[in-house]
Design a protein around this ligand. Structure first.
Ligand code: GTR
Length: 425
C-alpha cells in the first residue's frame, strides 16, 4: 500500500481558491509595469551548444532533443518511462449521458497494474452518433472530475485537495459537484464535434510539498534526491501521457487528433506534456504564466524565485539555482513552445492576469514561432503586435488570444480553442 501522507500545513501562504476561480489579488512587491522590464537577451534554441546555427534537419536530428534535455535538467526534471504493467478498467459507461446527448465513459488507470498503486480516474464525454472516431480535448482538473459537471453519475473524488491557505487534510464535499462547470463547457464542446477527457491532477500527485513520497512519485524513489528530480509538474505531465495511452486504444477516439490543454499550473503542465510526448497533436496553454508560456527573463509578475518558494515541488531542484538569476537559464519559455513545433500550439492570456504576464506569454509564442518557420509551418510573424484585449491572432500552426478579464478559463477561451482546432487538427 502506498503511503498517502497528508501535509500538516501548506507553506505557500497564498489565498488562492484554485478551482473555484475566486478572485485573488496579485502580491505586492513584484513588477507589473512594462517600463520596468529589464533588458534581456533570449537564448536562441536554433543555436547549438557550439554556437552553430542549426537547420531543419539538425533541429530534428539532434537539437530538439538537446533543448528538451535542457528543460529536463534545469526546469521540470526527468520522467520515468511508461509503466510496463499499467492496466485499465472502463468501469462505467453510458450511451444516454447528459440527457441523451453524449456517451460517458469513466476509466480507472491502474498505474502499477493493481489498486495498491496510484489509480487515475479518467472521465470522458463523447458526442453521440459520431460517424467516425472523434478528436478529443484532454486536460487535468483542480478539484476532482465531479467538479467539472453537475452530472450526478460522475464519480466523486474523496482524495486530498489543495485549498487556500494552510488547510489541513482537506477533502471535497458533495457541494463541490459542478463547481468548475464554467471551465468545462462540455455540451458546447460535444456540439462542435469534439470529445472531452479530464482527470484530477491530485490523483497523479497531490499538490503539496511532501518530499515526493506520495502519488506516482512513490513508485520512483530513484528519481528523487538529484538536481533533475521527477517534479510535480513532470508527474502531472506524465499522467497526461498515461491518459493518452488509454485514448490511443479507444476506437471511438481519433488518437491522432488529441489536444492537451490546461489552465494556470495545469497550463504549465500541458506545455510540458506537449513537449515530452509528441503524440499530442495540439497543445493549449491557458493563463499558464511563470514556468509556463511567460518568458522568465522579463521578471514581470511572478518570478522564478517566487514560484520556487511558494511551490518548491512544482519544478526540479536545479531550477532553484535560477532564483533571482533568470539570465543564467540556458533556455527560456519560448523554447518550450518551439519544442511543440510543428504541431499546433495555442497560448491564451487574460488582460487582468498581470501575475501571469500576458505580454510575456504572447512574446514567447511569437519567439517560439521562429522554429515553426524553420520547419515550414506558419507561426506568429516577427512583426506581429500584441493583440488588444478581446482580440486573437491565429496563424496556421500557432494561435494566441487575449481575453478581457481575470485569470480563469471561460467560454470565450473555449470558443477560440475549438475554432482554431476545427480547421487545423
Ligand atoms: C498561482 C501561481 C501561478 C499559477 C496559479 C494557478 O498561485 O503563482 O503560477 O499557477 O497559482 O495554478 O492557479
Amino acid at each position: 500500500m502506498i503511503a498517502r501522507r497528508i501535509p500538516k500545513l501548506l507553506a505557500a501562504g497564498l489565498s488562492l481558491s484554485a478551482f473555484t476561480g475566486l478572485s485573488w489579488a496579485p502580491p505586492k512587491g513584484f513588477n507589473y509595469d512594462e517600463a520596468n522590464v529589464p533588458p534581456y537577451t533570449l537564448p536562441d534554441p536554433l543555436v547549438d551548444a557550439e554556437g552553430a546555427r542549426v537547420d531543419a534537419a539538425k533541429w530534428e536530428a539532434s537539437r530538439r532533443a538537446e533543448v528538451l534535455d535542457l528543460f529536463r535538467e534545469h526546469v521540470y526534471g526527468v520522467q520515468p518511462p511508461p509503466p510496463e504493467g499499467m492496466t485499465w478498467d472502463v468501469y462505467e459507461q453510458s450511451e444516454e449521458a447528459l440527457g441523451g446527448k453524449a456517451i460517458r465513459k469513466q476509466v480507472k488507470l491502474f498505474v502499477s497494474g493493481n489498486d495498491d498503486g496510484p489509480v487515475l480516474d479518467l472521465l470522458l464525454y463523447l458526442p453521440k452518433n459520431a460517424p467516425e472516431p472523434v478528436p478529443v480535448f484532454l486536460g487535468l482538473n483542480f478539484g476532482g472530475n465531479h467538479t467539472t459537471h453537475t452530472d450526478p453519475a460522475i464519480t466523486f473524488n474523496a482524495g486530498w485537495m489543495r485549498k487556500g491557505n494552510g488547510i489541513v487534510d482537506h477533502r471535497a464535499t458533495e457541494a463541490t459537484r459542478g463547481k468548475a462547470f464554467h471551465r468545462w463547457p462540455v455540451e458546447m464542446i460535444l456540439e462542435r464535434g469534439f470529445g472531452v477527457a479530464t482527470m484530477y491532477c491530485g490523483d497523479i500527485d497531490p499538490d503539496f510539498d511532501d518530499g515526493f513520497e506520495n502519488g506516482v512519485h512513490a513508485l520512483y524513489p530513484d528519481l528523487q534526491n538529484r538536481g533533475d528530480n521527477f517534479s510535480t509538474i513532470s508527474a502531472w505531465a506524465w499522467g497526461l501521457s498515461r491518459a493518452m495511452d488509454f485514448l490511443e486504444k479507444d476506437d471511438d477516439i481519433d488518437h491522432e487528433r488529441v489536444a492537451v490543454l490546461g489552465h494556470s499550473r495545469l497550463g504549465k503542465t500541458a506545455l510540458w506534456a506537449g513537449a515530452t510526448d509528441e503524440r499530442f497533436a495540439m497543445v493549449i496553454s491557458n493563463n499558464s504564466g511563470c514556468g509556463g508560456a511567460a518568458l522568465a527573463r522579463r521578471r514581470f509578475g511572478e518570478t522564478v524565485e517566487r514560484i520556487n518558494t511558494s511551490f518548491p515541488h512544482w519544478f526540479c531542484e536545479n531550477h532553484k539555482k535560477f532564483n533571482g538569476n533568470e539570465d543564467a537559464l540556458p533556455v527560456d519559455q519560448h523554447a518550450l513552445i518551439a519544442l511543440i513545433a510543428p504541431r499546433l500550439v495555442y497560448v491564451a492570456s487574460a488582460s487582468e492576469d498581470q501575475w501571469a504576464d500576458p505580454h510575456g506569454e504572447f512574446l514567447s509564442a511569437k519567439e517560439g514561432s521562429r522554429v515553426y518557420e524553420l520547419l515550414w509551418s506558419e507561426g506568429i510573424p516577427e512583426d506581429a503586435e500584441w493583440p488588444a484585449a478581446g482580440d486573437h491572432l491565429h496563424a496556421e500552426a500557432v494561435g494566441y488570444h487575449l481575453r478581457e478579464g481575470k485569470h480563469d478559463v471561460e467560454e470565450f477561451d473555449w470558443d477560440l480553442f475549438i475554432g482554431f482546432a476545427e480547421s487545423r487538427i
